[in-house]
Design a protein around this ligand. Structure first.
Ligand code: NAD
Length: 416
């Protein structure tokens, strides 16, 4: 795992490189390097054993030039100001790239949720929400689930915020349960977006999707939805993995068996008619498409040269190191970067917020069609810039996101 210091430095370096290419003026560059607002709070919680424990909570709003800020809340021992600041900055570029009226934010509480009871998690969520209540709201900053937070966490946040305002305000968070103003299609938005990006990349490279051999690392929420949709479109899923290891069948893995096996055994390993492989071996398989959908730092300078697939679609955040990126570019691998590939989640979150503030809810068909339009629109803009300038898709995506924020800042000017 990369350290939070390196994560933060990499985000800044990435920004500086693109700001230089775009020739962004110094004053605006300086403003974009620094978060708009960072709040650190103490979150005292009465634990089940009767003792009081104080957790550290964070909310960073990187930018609000284009609208309220938006980004997840994570519960993890690793959460600190550097991590949250880096991720908030990346959210700003992602929202701008997807043409959403948002800036980026991120937040979290430094804790070990696996050692906490549901009651403790609820008390911590309610107190954390109260500590940041001044800076969140449907017009200010809209949290969503992230690592170890889920629809229930969002329900507690929405309830706490609403109780303090005196009326029900569903639009303060997204990723809520459907009954409380959540959106149809939200749970599978990210995986569906990843599948659309594989289809688009295949269209560019092969003209046809049928029979393409796909390997997916991380068969969780994102990976399993992508696997199902790509299988439905005629792709052959040759390998999948999770934290327990991977399974491989060059003729194709039968998805109904796989899903049944996971239900019974929790993990993919041990599936009949497959060979066992490691997570490292998955990247070296003879296949056409790789979808890393697990964690960061999986494609590195150590294994990038061994990759045979011609398409990589980054479902996970930051699965490819900058060194590996260069190797893949030299090998002419078509890489759809995370900032675009996994933006289906924030896109359906945006749809949820729009539905909440209008009190008018759309059908699942509507949502899928709109998601497809937004994802393919962004893909085509990035591809056009990448072809025009002869640059990789990641740089093109960052140029579009960062360029839009810089332009908006210039138009608005500097107050006072
Ligand atoms: P998840 O917890 O549902 O699934 C993660 C999968 O990765 C699991 O199968 C797990 O076993 C596997 N895994 C974990 N550690 C691993 C390791 N060391 N090696 C191999 N496999 C490992 O998570 P998710 O929601 O599917 O998210 C996956 C990735 O997508 C993350 O990087 C996340 O940040 C990113 N992402 C998710 C969303 C979303 O809406 N869920 C949105 C944007 C980005």
């Amino acid at each position: 795992m990369i350290s939070n210091d390196i994560l933060y430095e990499t985000a800044l370096k990435q920004f500086d490189t693109v700001a230089e290419i775009l020739n962004i003026e110094d004053g605006i560059r300086e403003r974009m390097r620094n978060p708009k607002r960072s709040l650190i709070v103490s979150v005292p919680v009465r634990m089940d054993n009767g003792k009081t424990k104080v957790f550290k909570g964070y909310r960073v709003q990187h930018d609000i030039t284009l609208g309220p800020s938006k980004g997840g809340i994570r519960y993890h021992p690793n959460v600190d100001l550097k991590e949250v600041s880096a991720l908030a900055m990346l959210m700003t570029w992602k929202c701008a790239l997807m043409h959403m009226p948002y800036g980026g934010a991120k937040g979290g509480v430094q804790c070990n949720p696996e050692e906490m009871s549901q009651d403790e998690l609820e008390r911590m969520t309610r107190r954390f929400t109260t500590e940041i209540v001044q800076i969140i709201g449907p017009d200010k900053d809209i949290p969503a689930p992230d690592l170890y937070t889920n629809a229930q966490t969002m329900a507690w946040m929405m309830d706490t915020y609403s109780m303090q305002q005196g009326n029900t305000i569903p639009g303060v968070v997204t990723g809520k349960p459907l009954l409380l103003g959540g959106s149809l299609g939200r749970a599978e938005g990210t995986g569906r977006g990843v599948a659309y990006m594989v289809m688009e990349a295949a269209r560019v490279l092969y003209k046809n999707l049928r029979g393409l051999r796909v390997a997916i690392q991380g068969l969780g929420n994102v990976g399993s939805v992508a696997a199902r949709l790509l299988n439905d479109q005629g792709c052959t899923i040759v390998a999948v993995s999770d934290i327990s290891g991977g399974v491989y069948n060059p003729q194709g893995i039968l998805l109904p068996y796989l899903l049944h096996h996971i239900k019974e055994n929790k993990h993919v390993t041990g599936l009949m008619d497959t060979d066992a492989i490691t997570n490292e071996e998955l990247f070296e398989l003879d296949c056409d498409v790789i979808v890393p959908a697990a964690i960061e730092g999986q494609i590195t300078e150590k294994n990038a040269d061994e990759i045979k697939a011609k398409i990589i679609v980054e479902g996970a955040n930051g699965p490819t190191t900058p060194e590996a990126d260069k190797i893949l570019q030299d090998k002419k691998v078509f890489l759809v970067p995370d900032i675009l590939a996994n933006a289906g989640g924030v896109t359906v979150s945006y749809f949820e917020w729009v539905q909440d503030i209008q009190y008018y809810f759309w059908s699942e068909d509507d949502i899928q069609k709109k998601l497809k339009d937004v994802m393919i629109g962004a893909f085509n803009r990035i591809l056009a810039l990448s072809n025009k300038k002869g640059i990789d898709m990641r740089t093109a995506a960052l140029m579009l996101g960062i360029g839009r924020v810089a332009e908006a800042k210039k138009m608005r000017g500097l107050y006072p």
